[in-house]
Design a protein around this ligand. Structure first.
Ligand code: BGC
Length: 754
């Protein structure tokens, strides 16, 4: 809409009048605005120039919405998770924060949606840091172009239990994989002049009773598992902020836990950014401040009181908290803003190429889907298939997302509105990418849909179709866990009924993660599509028809049943609103010492348990042959070389994985991997560098990593449970720090010949 000329002039005049007088301040008077200085020098200069009130304004944010989400918004708020008003005197823009790791989650009613990436587990399943980084850059750019400069992304709690309702926001059970992938995503976000968090620090590995539960884990085991994931991701991605979690660790709230914040994060890892609280995770002022918390998030709406205003000012006055601690908080926040370019490249509304962004999401969904079973090579489907019955999971409308603060509303709105729960942690959101239409576009024959609510009707359709593709779903969300791995509702009965009448049944899973599959042996093919994001329907169809080869591998172990897990139940898990009433009373603590650092596949190996599908497992439409692996020390690094050949008739991506068992260790660990694309008949020699931290153990006495002298077993695996070659190396002792190099960065030399 164009304005009449006179209105434009009026608007211009008003804008000029509202320009603050100090806009003309010469640059040298505000050296922190000088982009040629380092973030540290700029932060130091800013702290020096700030008044105490300005400092106290920067160490707490406000909820960006009025408390019941209705009526006029607080000035500066954008219906968002949190904001801090601009400080024009200092040239600082408003801080506008929004969720989350799969895209800009417009939890409230403004704007017209954003582009959803597939779930964190899907991206992790690609084992491809470039996919993660491109996804991060895409959502970071959308955030920036919507006027946000802090993205509450970087979900990284390890998957210790497939029933954790929030696993879909995370990156799996292995610290090296999760840390590498989330680090890459954070790097992508920060490349767009948006500060990214990494969260939830730490051991927030279940949702039930999350605001009070104490996670118990031996400190050495923590360093070698959950904390290692954070250590790697921080080194890889350099997030501006770390979000401390709701739960307690060893009885102390994470956001006032001196060990987690001061000792591990800031002293040992030398983390230069700031610690922001989760929403409602602050319980004290002086204690939290002294333990290392730097910013209280939306305390006005979520904490008992705003601890980082009057109570903390009083603590400074009384000398309980030194002024230097306040200055350090401000310094850290400012440093992160400068480092990301938040001040030099202000976030503001700008056009977004949603079609291009959806393609980024689609590539991630395609790279992350895991083909679990393909009996009789039913997949890929032929476009000449006479008839296909598409059944279940609202596949006629779209694909599901997980719930809670991370749920991304698509442009055009929720594809399946009106499902329960209508309120938190709902509403359930579906992306507008219908598998039915995408499948229909690919076959000349008949493609028909049955909802699956009426099992007999669905079976009737399946019985008269040449192939049945059954979609099943498991909606989980922030704030609750599921009590069992069972699919909800009548879906197991539905799949069994379809499999009985149609011998060519494909099951596509849209789940948080591993679910039990009692019907597994009666269906031909199973593909885990996770929550597949903005173009999920299209991605699934391309995979089913072989337009792109499945290449995802499990970032989590797929147990046979709950009985194989370290803890048979999560007391209190469930959500009545979705027909799964909480079972039992929530516990006050959760004992992670049962498995310790042996999370996931390491637990299964230690207990001599065979999972349904191991970590690292994934099929495709071709086969690979591996030569004899050779392991050698090169420039202080252990490197495995192996020749891989595509022996099938289609192109595909092999994922040789390197596992190491250090001397005396009970279990092997992933030390590296390589994605290698191969045409039919093609061979390549690839090399995989072992991450030095996986060869070392954490030494509490020296607060560092040490590699012992001894005999190290290196194994080449197709998964964590399928070893196809090995070699042993004698290694001298080494100080872990001097070998510190994180992440199997893609190096051009790593594929030796083509
Ligand atoms: C979640 C965070 C989220 C925050 C802001 C909390 O409930 O745990 O992950 O970033 O809300 O919405």
């Amino acid at each position: 809409m164009s304005h009449p000329r006179c209105s434009c002039l009026l608007l211009l005049g008003a804008a000029l009048l509202s320009l603050p007088a100090f806009a003309a301040t010469p640059p040298h008077a505000r050296p922190w605005l000088n982009a040629s200085l380092t973030p540290d020098r700029r932060a130091a200069a800013l702290v020096k120039a700030m008044t105490q009130d300005e400092k106290f304004r920067l160490i707490r944010s406000d909820y960006g919405s009025n408390l019941d989400d209705s009526g006029p918004q607080p000035p500066g708020g954008r219906h968002n998770a949190a904001f801090i008003p601009a400080m024009p005197r200092l040239g600082l823009p408003a801080i506008e924060e929004t969720d989350a790791g799969m895209g800009v989650a417009l939890q409230h009613a403004w704007g017209d949606g954003a582009t959803a990436l597939p779930s964190g587990l899907a991206t992790a399943a690609s084992f491809d840091p470039q996919i993660a980084e491109q996804g991060g850059a895409m959502i970071g750019s959308e955030a920036h172009r919507m006027g946000f400069n802090v993205l509450l992304a970087g979900g990284l709690d390890l998957v210790r239990d497939p029933r954790n309702g929030r696993n879909f926001e995370y990156a799996g059970e292995d610290p090296l994989l999760a840390g590498t992938m989330v680090g890459a995503a954070v790097r992508g976000i920060e490349s767009q002049h948006v500060v990214s968090t990494i969260k939830h620090y730490a051991l927030n590995d279940q949702e039930t009773n999350r605001n009070a539960i104490s996670a118990e884990l031996d400190h050495t085991a923590a360093r070698e598992s959950d904390l290692l994931a954070f250590q790697i991701a921080i080194a890889e991605g350099k997030p501006g902020a770390v979000m401390c979690s709701y739960n307690r660790v060893d009885g102390e709230y994470a956001c006032e836990n001196d060990w987690l914040l001061n000792q591990v994060l800031k002293r040992d890892w030398k983390y230069p950014g700031f610690v922001m609280s989760d929403w409602g995770a602050v319980h004290s002022s002086a204690k939290a401040a002294l333990a290392g918390l730097d910013q209280e998030s939306a305390g006005n709406a979520f904490d008992k009181q705003v601890y980082f205003d009057q109570p903390l000012r009083a603590a400074v006055k009384s000398g309980e908290v030194p002024q230097a601690r306040i200055d350090d908080m401000v310094y850290r926040i400012a440093r992160s803003l400068f480092a990301a370019g938040v001040v030099d490249h202000p976030a503001r509304q700008a056009p977004i190429d949603f079609a291009a962004d959806a393609r980024v999401s689609q590539r991630a969904a395609e790279a992350g889907a895991v083909l679990l079973r393909n009996h009789g090579a039913l997949l890929p489907l032929s476009p000449k298939t006479v008839s296909i019955a598409v059944i279940g999971a609202h596949a006629d409308k779209g694909v599901t997302t997980g719930g809670g603060s991370s749920a991304v509303v698509p442009r055009g709105g929720n594809a399946v509105p009106g499902l329960v729960p209508a309120i938190w942690p709902g509403p359930r959101i579906y992306q507008r990418s219908a598998p039915l239409a995408a499948i229909g576009r690919r076959v000349d024959g008949r493609v028909e849909y049955a909802s699956g609510d009426d099992i007999a009707a669905a079976a009737k359709l399946a019985a008269t179709s040449s192939v049945a593709v059954v979609f099943v779903q498991q909606w989980t969300a922030e704030s609750f866990d599921v009590p069992t791995m069972a699919l909800p509702g009548n879906q197991d009965a539905l799949v069994s009924a379809i499999a009985r009448v149609n011998p060519h049944t494909v099951v596509v899973l849209e789940t948080n993660g591993p679910v039990s599959m009692p019907w597994l042996n009666h269906v031909d093919s199973v593909m885990e599509a996770w929550y597949p994001g903005a173009n999920g329907g299209e991605a699934i169809a391309r995979l089913l028809f072989g337009e792109v080869a499945p290449s995802g591998h499990l970032p989590v172990t797929w147990p046979r049943d709950d009985g194989q897990l370290p803890r048979p139940t999560i007391p209190g898990a469930g959500l009545a609103a979705i027909g799964i009433p909480p079972q039992g009373t929530p516990a006050a603590s959760v004992d992670y010492n049962i498995e310790g650092a042996d999370v996931g596949y390491r637990w299964f190996q230690r207990q001599h348990l065979a999972p349904l599908y191991p970590f690292g497992f994934g099929l495709t439409y071709t086969h690979f042959r591996y030569g004899t692996p050779r392991v050698a020390m090169r420039d202080g690094q252990v490197v495995m070389q192996v020749r891989v050949t595509n022996t099938g008739a289609r192109e595909g991506v092999a994922l040789p994985q390197l596992y190491v068992t250090p001397p005396g260790a009970r279990t092997r660990r992933l030390a590296g991997w390589r994605r290698v694309e191969l045409k039919p008949g093609q061979s390549r020699t690839v090399q995989i560098t072992a991450n030095p931290l996986r060869l070392a153990h954490y030494d509490t006495a020296t607060h560092g990593w040490r590699r012992d002298a001894g005999s190290y077993r290196f194994q080449l695996g197709r998964s964590a449970a399928d070893m196809i070659g090995e070699a042993t190396l004698q290694l001298p002792a080494a100080d872990g720090a001097s070998h510190y190099r994180v992440g199997p960065r893609r190096a051009p030399g790593d594929v030796l010949d083509r």
